[in-house]
Design a protein around this ligand. Structure first.
Ligand code: ZN
Length: 270
């Protein structure tokens, strides 16, 4: 009896994951529709989505956002990437720039939609304090120039806790409070999950599915291979622990986002 139970529970869990994945494939469009507050009867066509992924370093796009980029590109959305540094911490900026372009091409973002900022006040450095106004104005400029209606970036814990990731979240939150954003533009922050969930790969799917989020993007084996191929483009970063990350990280399969609320932080009504 005990043997059957030991065999049945993992099997049941894997079948459950497969069911959730199949359901997700059919509900992403309606999920996008509700996230973007589309009021029409039809589902949001992916082509209506003009998404901007804002990252701090070359490799953030595939380490953390690959499932979202792959799914949005598959829905024919226009996906742009704004990377706020060249990743020059070890003076490899020029090489990392090329690696980023290859990674983006692998994920389906053409070079014409990739912007890499190299600004002395935005160094790749966990000890550097990035200027909130500088980052938010760079993001706003990009939103306006490309008529972006969906911004995706880190949350307040930055997934890995890197200060540059957190600075982007603070800047986007600031932007959300200024009222300068176009009305139709939604802001989404990538959820940071705890250490255990972070490294159980696709086995995290039931947790991600059951816990509330405003947008959930999941890839299957094909999307995972794309994310892995993008990771391998970052040759300067391929230390042994990167291979562990590729094998075990939940962010290679699953992204969940929360909406960043917009409007004045301290609205006083007299
Ligand atoms: Zn980073």
């Amino acid at each position: 009896m005990y043997v059957y139970l030991v065999a049945f529970v993992p099997l049941f869990y894997l079948v459950w994951i497969k069911c959730i994945y199949d359901r997700h494939r059919h509900t992403l469009r309606s999920s996008l529709k509700s996230t973007m507050n589309v009021s029409s009867e039809r589902d949001t066509d992916g082509a209506d989505v003009r998404a901007l992924v804002v990252t701090a370093h070359p490799d953030d796009e595939c380490m953390f956002f690959a499932p979202t980029i792959v799914r949005l590109v598959a829905l024919n959305a226009s996906v742009h990437l704004l990377c706020l540094s060249e990743g020059n911490y070890y003076n490899q900026g020029a090489q990392r720039r090329e690696e980023l372009l290859s990674s983006c091409a692998t994920l389906g973002i053409p070079a014409s939609r990739v912007t890499i900022i190299d600004h002395k006040k935005l160094p790749d450095d966990p000890k550097a304090e990035w200027s909130i106004s500088l980052v938010s104005s760079a993001v706003l400029k990009h939103i306006t120039a490309h008529s972006i209606n969906m911004v995706l970036t880190f949350d307040g814990r930055g997934v890995s806790g890197h200060a540059n990731h957190v600075a982007i979240y603070k800047a986007v939150r600031h932007l959300a409070s200024t009222g300068e954003l176009p009305k139709e533009c939604v802001l989404l922050s990538l959820e940071t999950v705890g250490l255990l969930r972070k490294y159980i790969s696709f086995l995290d799917l039931p947790f991600s599915w059951l816990l509330p989020s405003h947008l959930c993007c999941v890839v299957g084996s094909k999307g995972y291979k794309q994310a892995k191929a993008a990771m391998l483009c970052h040759r300067t970063q391929l230390l042994w622990f990167r291979y562990l990350y590729i094998t075990f990280s939940r962010y290679m399969f699953i992204n969940t986002f929360q909406t960043i609320p917009q409007g004045p932080k301290n609205l006083k009504i007299y």
